[in-house]
Ligand binder design. Structure first.
Ligand code: SF4
Length: 217
C-alpha cells in the first residue's frame, strides 16, 4: 500500500510542516503523471514502517499528506487516516476526485483536501485515461464545501493543447458554482509544455477578481 514517504515538506499542507505518504494504485493514467511507478500495486512498505516513522517525528512535524497514486482507492484508508490522527498529526489527502463517496465519507477525519480538477466537466479529451469523468471532481468539491468542516483547494495541472483559455474559463465557472475559493494552476513539466504564462496570468487574474484566489506554481 505505501510506496514511499517524503520525510518533510513545507509546501504540501498549508499551515503545517508535513510528511508526504505516497500510496500505490490509481485508476487514471494521466499523460503527465509524475509518479507512474506508483500506479501498479506492488509489494509496498507495511503500515508499521509508517507508524514507526511518525512516532520518531512527534514534535517535529504537525501534519501528514496522504498522496499517491490515489488515496481513495485504498481499502483501509479510514484506518490509515485514523492511525495518523491517533499519533497527533493533522491529515490532508490529495485526490483526483473520481470517488466523491469515499472522500466525503472521511470528511470528519480530514483537516484539508486537495482535489485535482484535470479538465472541465464536459471535456472528453483523452488526457487522463478512459476512467476519467470530468464532473466527479466538482461533485467531490461541492460536498467538501457543503460540509463546512474541511478546507479544500482545487488544483489543475495545465498542459498546452488541453488547457485552452476556454477550458480554463469553464473550470473556473464550475469552481465558482460549487463555491471553491482556492485554485492552483500547476505547470506541467517533462515532455509536455504548459500554456503560455500570459494566458495563465489572464485566467488567474480573472479568477481572483471573481473571488477564486488563484495562483500558478
Ligand atoms: S491521478 Fe495522479 S497518480 Fe493517477 S495517473 Fe493521474 S497524475 Fe498519476
Amino acid at each position: 500500500m505505501i510506496g514511499g514517504i517524503q520525510p518533510c515538506s513545507f509546501i504540501d499542507f498549508p499551515g503545517h510542516l508535513a510528511a508526504v505518504v505516497f500510496v500505490q494504485g490509481c485508476d487514471l493514467s494521466c499523460k503527465y503523471c509524475h509518479n507512474p511507478e506508483l500506479i501498479p500495486r506492488r509489494q509496498g512498505k507495511p503500515l508499521e514502517y509508517l507508524w514507526s516513522f511518525l512516532e520518531s517525528r512527534v514534535g517535529l512535524l504537525t501534519g501528514v499528506v496522504v498522496s499517491g497514486g490515489e488515496p481513495t482507492l485504498q481499502p483501509d484508508l479510514l484506518s490509515l487516516v485514523q492511525g495518523i490522527r491517533d499519533r497527533g498529526f493533522a491529515v490532508k489527502i490529495d485526490t483526483h476526485g473520481m470517488h466523491p463517496e469515499v472522500a466525503l465519507s472521511l470528511v470528519k477525519y480530514l483537516d484539508y483536501v486537495a482535489v485535482d480538477v484535470k479538465l472541465d466537466s464536459k471535456s472528453t479529451r483523452p488526457l487522463c485515461g478512459s476512467s476519467f469523468q470530468g464532473s466527479l471532481p466538482f461533485e467531490t468539491l461541492r460536498g467538501l464545501v457543503l460540509s463546512k468542516t474541511t478546507p479544500c483547494e482545487a488544483r489543475t495541472t495545465v498542459v498546452e493543447g488541453y488547457h485552452s483559455e476556454s477550458v480554463l474559463t469553464s473550470i473556473l465557472e464550475s469552481l465558482r458554482e460549487v463555491g471553491v475559493t482556492r485554485w492552483f494552476l500547476q505547470l506541467c513539466t517533462g515532455k509536455y509544455q504548459p500554456p503560455t504564462q500570459d494566458l495563465l496570468n489572464r485566467v488567474a487574474e480573472r479568477a481572483t477578481s471573481l473571488g477564486v484566489l488563484t495562483s500558478c506554481r
